[in-house]
Design a binder for this molecule. Sequence first.
Ligand code: 5GP
Length: 125
Amino acid sequence: MPIDATQPYDDQNIFAKILRGEIPNRTVYEDEWALAFHDINPQAPEHVLVIPKGAYVCWDDFSAKASDAEIAGFVRAVGHVARTMGLVEPGYRLLANTGLDAHQEVPHLHVHIFGGKPLGPMLMR
Ligand code: 5GP
């Protein structure tokens, strides 16, 4: 079910549980600011999720409330993961679904990294 991105942060969401180590994940990268792990239901040959360590519902919440250090750390982590996955030369796509129309399902900010094949046009029409 898509979530309302204006709701308060729910610390029982699945990615909060992953951050607390209550649910396993296939970690690709972790640092002070971010955790990156394989999506459980990959939509491309390479499909990794990058989440901030802080409690932010979505991109809007993060961009409005996160500190400059959190934002810089998270953005650098996304770039680092894509680079170390070898995706810069072939190319990759980032996606951050926010709220109902975008069909965001997990209410903790996550950036999808897709790659590993030509990804086609940006959106289905
Ligand atoms: P959204 O639609 O919110 O942008 O995407 C949520 C993503 O989280 C989906 O691609 C879904 O497959 C992934 N996902 C949901 N639950 C889990 C989980 O428990 N572990 C992992 N690794 N991915 C999950």
